[in-house]
Design a protein around this ligand. Structure first.
Ligand SMILES: Cc1cc2nc3c(=O)[nH]c(=O)nc-3n(C[C@H](O)[C@H](O)[C@H](O)COP(=O)(O)OP(=O)(O)OC[C@H]3O[C@@H](n4cnc5c(N)ncnc54)[C@H](O)[C@@H]3O)c2cc1C
Length: 448
């Protein structure tokens, strides 16, 4: 099993429960010892939740018996049936397999925009969310201390690119953070704080439909977030960002959430892909390779519930966790010589938490906004958290934050050297398909 996200953990837990101890040895390759509940990441960045509350332990489970290899898979040789792993101590090891389930998720999609990977932050990992929180608070601290009006203005402007749910939630939650924090900085003029949310698309969160999308936009505009649609980034520098409409915004904070692409691991297989995601059938099996399965953000799983030729499931947690359970059933069926079943799930809709009492959601097609939407959004995420400990931590954090607010503490754990997009997702660790073959051959022939 590669990857311990929604898909990977959903699969592994089911295999642990349904397979007898003598039926299979289970191995999980994962760089971290937790499953990250990604949809609540903006709430970590804004300080509503502590980082630990959305990092769910992989070892807290009654039936836990999987061997965990701490590291990342950097290549798969489908012919030799070997997964090449870089451990967290940077050793390269080959792990042979009989069955492999690939669920390494996705990485932030970037474009060839000058300065982007050097100057933008992403919102995909726990480290990034914690880092961004410290960074945003440090901008308030530094602006407060500065005697230079130009520096102060640039430290108090923030740019988020990406009007999907991840970017919109990030902008909304972080704007609440600075809006509340500025009260503790009496020397700062709150009117200098400006959040920009931009997207090349003509609408925010088109999947919500026109009415709810507009409603989210109104909430954000009312809160002072400047929304620019049909606009992207021309170039990014350390102290300013140039928009494609010619505007130059002085800022030290560029958050890039403009979509995701499948993990670079998928390209190492040399197999067919659909826009970078591994092309699998409805049983999530790689055609021509019995025993190889892929799912979640990394795979193009046919969306059979849509009944449309060529439709694939969107990259959401909602699909990934359900696919995980179905893949487990299909692995077990293959092991026992039974027929596999296709994955079918009708989308339940979307919930978008804009912070405080603001939210929009569309559960089962019912459009909600304001407090009812917020109750549905938080209720959905809370019930989807896998362990009771995580549920308790998250609920306690929500209550504490609602009652006592935030102390806006900058922890200073982050390095002095700025860490940006390119530093968090390890996208340059992977091998090419040729390097994978060489690595596997070298080891099997005993060459060091
Ligand atoms: C800010 C944000 C908000 C979101 N909000 C929502 C929402 O409200 N609703 C919703 O349905 N979806 C939401 N999503 C999308 C959702 O989180 C993803 O679709 C979902 O996490 C995909 O599950 P996955 O298991 O495929 O990947 P992930 O959950 O990302 O898990 C992949 C795992 O694989 C590990 N990994 C990566 N590379 C390797 C490797 N080479 N070897 C081994 N392990 C590896 C990673 O560390 C990770 O643990 C949101 C995403 C973001 C970023």
């Amino acid at each position: 099993m590669v990857g311990a996200g929604f898909a990977g953990v959903g699969c592994v837990r089911r295999l642990e429960r349904r397979l007898g101890p003598n039926e299979a040895d289970l191995t999980l390759v994962t760089p971290f010892s937790y499953q990250l509940y990604l949809p609540l990441l903006p709430q970590v960045a804004s300080g509503v939740l502590t980082p630990q509350s959305i990092a769910l332990s992989l070892r807290r489970s009654r039936k836990y018996r999987t061997r965990i290899i701490p590291g990342g898979a950097i290549g798969v040789d489908l012919k030799a049936k070997v997964c090449v792993i870089r451990t967290i101590t940077d050793e390269i090891v080959n792990e042979p397999y009989d069955y492999i389930v690939l669920a390494p998720g996705s990485v932030t999609r970037t474009f060839d925009i000058p300065g982007l990977t050097d100057h933008a932050f992403g919102m995909k990992t726990l480290a990034e969310a914690a880092y961004i929180r410290d960074h945003v608070i440090s901008q308030l601290d530094l602006a407060d201390a500065s005697q230079d009006p130009a520096e102060r203005a640039s430290r108090l402007q923030f740019v988020v690119v990406g009007g999907g749910y991840a970017g919109t939630e990030t902008a909304a939650c972080l704007q609440r953070l600075t809006h509340s924090a500025v009260r503790r900085y009496p020397r700062l003029d709150p009117r200098l704080i400006k959040w920009h949310l931009i997207d090349i698309a003509p609408k925010l969160m088109p999947e919500l439909g026109d009415k709810l999308g507009r409603s989210a936009q109104e909430v954000l505009r009312r809160r002072g977030i400047e929304i620019s649609l049909g606009v992207s980034i021309e170039k990014a520098g350390p102290e300013e960002v140039t928009f494609t409409d010619g505007r130059v915004v002085p800022t030290r904070t560029l958050i890039w959430t403009a979509g995701v692409v499948a993990s670079p691991l998928i390209a190492t297989l040399g197999a067919e892909t659909v826009r970078g995601r591994l092309a699998v059938n409805a049983e999530m099996n790689l055609p021509g390779h019995d025993g190889v399965f892929a799912l979640g953000d990394a795979a193009a799983v046919p969306d059979t519930a849509k009944g449309q030729e060529g439709a694939v499931c969107p990259p959401t947690a909602q699909h990934a966790m359900r696919q995980g359970r179905k893949v487990a059933d299909n692995v077990i069926a293959t092991l026992r010589g039974a027929p596999m079943e296709p994955y079918v799930h009708k989308d339940l809709g979307l919930v978008v938490d804009l912070g405080g009492k603001d939210a929009v959601s569309k559960p089962l097609g019912v459009e909600l906004h304001g407090l009812p939407a917020q109750v549905v959004a938080r209720g959905y995420h809370w019930s989807a958290l896998r362990t009771n400990v995580a549920k308790t931590r998250v609920l306690t954090n929500w209550v504490l934050n609602a009652v006592a607010g935030d102390d806006f503490v900058r922890t200073g754990f982050q390095a002095r050297k700025p860490a940006k997009l390119k530093d968090f997702e390890y996208t340059d660790s992977y091998l090419t398909p040729e390097q994978v073959r060489e690595q596997v051959q070298r080891t099997s022939s005993g060459t060091p």
